[in-house]
Write a protein that binds this ligand. Structure first.
Ligand SMILES: Nc1ncnc2c1ncn2[C@@H]1O[C@H](COP(=O)(O)OP(=O)(O)OP(=O)(O)O)[C@@H](O)[C@H]1O
Length: 303
């Protein structure tokens, strides 16, 4: 166990009958970092998290969390989890549920603190069964953090949350990170991941496809997207310098990807082609994600 890794998966396979959910997954999660785990549906994100929670054993390979086996109680008690769908005790009030969960842990947060972190103060007296979808997600978050865990594993936290709840959630996660917690979360909201995460791991077909800072992944996707309207046909667009991909529709709306936007625009101006509606944007994390996972096979590992 390296001192700085909170989680280490080494050569992990996980099969369910004929389905291979994880295929030689090797992944180190550094202590004190916020890592976002991305990947298309079925990539194996939830399966990987369930092994980190000790909810199952790997078919092959090793899973270590905080230096131990997450299937042991003393390790498990130091991990907080927010599953995709959590069974909440419907008859208890929000406050009672948080108090109940706090009792399972040796050094829990105060109830008020956990409620505040999850922005639940105003509905503390409401029964869990009567909460809205977004409020239920927030209660699941409160229950994940009330044990004051060293490691937090969160599966699609913001699904169903409104804009204000999402903002409160990211603020709370950032506070926890600043307090030295290790946080791993899965999300389909790439913009949110990009803003908050120290590191992004993209999984596909049960293995790691790419791994780096949001900035590194964006630059792997190829610098910029250039859009404009002109008379140029596809073949002419493709001849512009530095074009990686080109598309044009019947109205002359061109959509190009390039790692050399300056050279491309200089050539466009120099050849005297009239154009309108110019738009240059940086490749987004979504562009990076899509171009990475478009390559289906895990042999395309680039990290
Ligand atoms: N208990 C199970 N029994 C059989 N197959 C399973 C089981 N759990 C997961 N799988 C399969 O393993 C693969 C990986 O699933 P997993 O839920 O880990 O993906 P995911 O990346 O979390 O997807 P999503 O983004 O849709 O949540 C899928 O093909 C899934 O059908």
């Amino acid at each position: 166990m390296g001192m700085t890794n909170a989680i280490e998966l080494t050569g992990v396979d996980k099969t369910f009958g004929k389905v291979t959910a994880l295929r030689g997954l090797t992944l180190d999660i550094r202590a004190g970092e916020l890592t976002a785990l991305l990947g298309p549906n079925g990539a194996g994100k939830t399966t990987a998290i369930s092994l980190m929670l000790g909810l199952g054993a790997p078919t092959a390979g090793q899973v270590r969390v905080l230096g131990g086996n997450p299937r042991q109680d003393d390790v498990r008690r130091r991990i907080g989890s927010m599953p995709q769908e959590s069974a909440l005790p419907p008859a208890l009030t929000v406050r009672e549920a948080v108090e109940l969960f706090a009792r399972f842990y040796p050094a829990p947060l105060g109830t008020a603190q956990a409620l505040a972190l999850a922005d639940l103060g105003s509905v503390a007296g409401r029964r869990a069964g009567a909460l809205s979808g977004g409020q239920k997600r927030r209660l699941a978050f409160a229950l994940a953090v009330v044990g004051n865990p060293q490691v937090l594993l969160i599966d699609e936290p913001t699904t169903g949350m409104d804009a204000q709840s999402r903002q409160a959630f990211w603020a709370a996660v950032t506070d926890l990170k600043d307090a030295g917690r290790t946080i791993l979360l899965t999300t389909h909201y790439l913009e949110e991941a990009e803003r908050a995460a120290d590191r992004v791991v993209v999984m596909n077909a049960g293995a790691v496809l790419a791994d780096g800072t949001p900035e590194q992944l964006r630059s792997q996707a190829g610098g910029a997207r250039v859009r404009f309207t002109s008379d140029l046909v596809l073949a002419e667009l493709r001849r512009l310098p530095g074009v990686d991909t080109a598309d044009v529709d019947a109205h002359g709306h061109a959509d190009l990807r390039t790692r050399m936007p300056e050279a491309l625009l200089t050539a466009l101006v120099q050849q005297g082609t009239p154009f309108t509606e110019l738009e240059v944007s940086r490749a987004s994390l979504e562009d990076a994600f899509l171009s990475l996972t478009a390559a289906q096979a895990p042999k395309d590992v680039i990290a």
